[in-house]
Design a protein around this ligand. Structure first.
Ligand code: SF4
Ligand code: SF4
Length: 108
């Protein structure tokens, strides 16, 4: 299972690319990633969202929030809502953790 320490996130986007690479079949697209950047209309404000089976984990400067499916109002990054994405399946080697340069993501 992946845990998020949002204070360490720099919004580099590497985790989103990593999960997309893991899910790549013939066409590369970040729309299949289970983890995406979370932005709001506030300068220098960001975090990450992770889709798990039945829930969404939101890591942002205020802390980590777990929302059950249906509670999230997020419209999603990259044009596809997080709720429509495949849930994280704790892929072998946890690609997103390997790519994250700051230790923000941890496999527990
Ligand atoms: S552990 Fe694997 S499947 Fe889960 S979000 Fe990270 S890269 Fe995607
Ligand atoms: S790779 Fe790590 S630092 Fe970069 S956006 Fe993802 S969680 Fe944040």
């Amino acid at each position: 299972m992946i845990e998020i320490d949002p204070q360490l996130c720099t919004a580099c986007g590497a985790c989103e690319v990593a999960c997309s690479l893991y899910r790549e079949e013939e066409v590369f697209t970040t729309m299949r990633s289970s983890i995406i950047l979370h932005r709001e209309e506030v300068r220098n404000y960001f975090g990450v969202m992770l889709k798990r089976e039945g829930e969404v984990i939101l890591g942002r400067p205020e802390g980590v929030e777990i929302m059950k499916e249906g509670e999230s109002s997020d419209t999603g990054g990259g044009g596809k809502p997080i709720l429509l994405r495949e849930p994280c399946d704790d892929c072998t080697n946890a690609m997103c953790v390997r790519f994250c340069p700051t230790g923000c993501l941890k496999e527990v």
